[in-house]
Design a protein around this ligand. Structure first.
Ligand SMILES: [Zn+2]
Length: 324
């Protein structure tokens, strides 16, 4: 990788005089790689026509920074007599390659000769920079589809006709868009290739705390129509020292329900993250605070029967207050 322009002296003098050296009507970018006879001369032409950031504009690279307009790519860049490694403002390392042209983008001569268009090549020596770069492109939003833009425009046009309060406009936007959405290019590729839409290094298990049970697919005469829930399994866990002390939360994290009734409890290969359901707000003034307290008591102290958790109180709110 280099930031040296072979078309000008190594010390950067005469830099302003770099102009396209076109010897034919064909632009250097349109010259095919196979037609190149003098690689050195071709590279000089490519530098002059594609590799220099000669024009900064407000519509592209000029951004306001502390009240001053600056090129977001940092041009013009100071000349560098030698290649050195320095620290960025955040302490991450940065390679400053030898430079004789303050407007030149970094390049690799072999790659540029074949590519025949502008490149911005840089050494990446900071792990944080790689992370930022990947995250930036992975989360880049898709351009909005014309259809949605059209819907917005039509709504905005019709606002004047009725009593267009902001609430009405938002309601209209919502009803027009909530039923439909744009598919991103990435999502479409995943669907075509039948790739999973979500991947996770952890497993999650939903724990029902309201007594609900899964319906058994294999119904038989004189047998319950529902399967045992994790809560049922917990309450009837073996009566041994370790199991006695185990809380419901730890029990679900570590063990799973056997497929067949009567089989012994299975130890999970990897602990899971437990999602208690239904969700209750922890707001003491909220309508479900009694249920929230009951859930917290179910998850954290060990028990075998729900009545134990009340500990003589009439309400779970009081039992919770005295427990924690
Ligand atoms: Zn610029």
């Amino acid at each position: 990788m280099s930031t040296m322009n072979p078309g000008i002296p190594a010390d950067g003098s005469n830099m302003q005089n770099v102009v396209p050296q076109l010897k034919t009507n064909l632009h250097v970018c349109n010259r095919s790689y196979g037609e190149v006879t003098d690689m050195g001369e071709d590279l000089v032409d490519l530098m002059a026509t594609c590799q220099r950031h000669t024009r900064c504009s407000t519509s592209y690279c000029l951004k306001k920074k502390k009240g001053k307009q600056e090129c977001r790519f940092g041009f013009p860049k100071p000349l560098q007599p030698i290649t050195s490694v320095t620290s960025q403002d955040d302490g991450e390392p940065m390679v400053l390659t030898r430079r004789n042209d303050n407007l030149l983008n970094g390049y690799n001569s072999v790659q540029l000769s074949a590519w025949r268009a502008n490149v911005d090549m840089q050494y990446v020596v900071s792990r944080q920079t790689v992370t930022k770069y990947v995250a930036k492109y992975a989360t880049k939003s898709e351009p909005q589809s014309t259809a949605v833009q059209e819907v917005y425009r039509n709504i905005m046009k019709s606002v004047d006709d009725d009593d267009g309060t902001p609430l009405k406009v938002v309601q209209k936007l919502l009803t027009s868009t909530v039923g439909e959405r744009d598919f991103s290019a990435q999502e479409t590729c995943h669907l075509f290739l039948m790739l999973p839409m979500v991947k996770s290094s952890r497993d999650f298990v939903v724990l029902s705390l309201d007594g609900s049970r899964e319906v058994d697919d294999n119904l038989e005469e004189d047998k319950p129509v529902t399967l045992e829930s994790q809560l049922d399994q917990y309450c009837t866990r073996p009566d041994t020292g370790d199991f006695n002390q185990l809380t419901l939360l730890k029990f679900v994290e570590k063990y799973k329900i056997p497929k067949k009734k009567g089989d012994s409890i299975i130890i999970r290969k990897k602990e899971v993250l437990v999602i208690p359901r239904p969700h209750c707000s922890s707001d003491p003034d909220g309508p479900n605070y009694e249920q929230y307290c009951k859930q917290q008591l179910m998850l954290h102290p060990s028990f075998r029967q729900l009545e134990q958790l009340l500990a003589g109180n009439d309400r779970y709110i009081d039992a919770y207050a005295s427990f924690f």
